[in-house]
Write a protein that binds this ligand. Sequence first.
Ligand code: NI
Length: 308
Amino acid sequence: MPNPLRTLGYRVLNASLEDGRHGEEKVSPISRRGFMLLAASLSSCSAAAPLGDRATSPVKTPANANYRTPALSGPLPRNPDMAFSSDFSKSSGISFSRVLVSGNYIAMTFDDGPHPQNTPRLLDMLRARNVKATFFVIGRSVDLYPQVVRRTVAEGHEIGNHSHTHRLLSKLGDSELRLEMSRCADAVHRAAGVRIRTMRPPYGGLLQRQRELVHSEFGYPTILWSVDPLDWKRPGPGVVTSRILSGTTAGAIVLAHDLHAQTVDAMPATIDGLLRRGFKFVTVSQLLAMKTEPAAATAQITAPPPAY
Ligand code: NI
């Protein structure tokens, strides 16, 4: 019988999830105010430049207390139970923005958490629909909110490495890059007892040479995205939903940010819409493990072939 953790995208460890090596007594390396300042500085994963005008317009990070899950007509759509392997081949690639698969599988990804209110609210929404997602977490926030990461893992989601302090990694030397990776990985291991297997660079910024370094030294493929709703600009939940629904195709990797209340507000309609269109949600590692050759995936391609 396969170890359930392997189907989620983790390296299996001797450490048990029940070993209780973290808890409320843990001393946080930065204060709550420090976290909010950090959160305010994280306006985007997807923009090439991390600073500029956005540095002067802080992002509101608290959960939206007025939000109510919209009433659904008909039964709540539910993702099927799927225990696919997550053992992808290291030779299958160094960078991915989508994956060629045979079937309507997609990976929903959430960056920049954990957040003490918005992430648990999102986890409730995912659990109600049996949807498994991948969370690219910031190590510094993991140290602040280990219990949120622990719950995320316990509920079947995958954790990915989004660096320790969310710096633009392409500006760093190799030793700093290694520290950003290892400190985040260690924080997740301390919090939830698992080894993460994929990474996403903040702002999508990672040089090819650096991608090869993290692949060879940490085993991480670099995970980018094929659908970007620009949710960090806070266009409103309806816009986030419509952008994701219109952009998602089989094999898609969808980018969103659980740091932002509006993004989480958009998720019930987004996820229900994707489920009703026949998409099935898997973790990033499961999607990578499904990678197929173009010939096997042609049945999924409905557009006419290019004229050359
Ligand atoms: Ni980010």
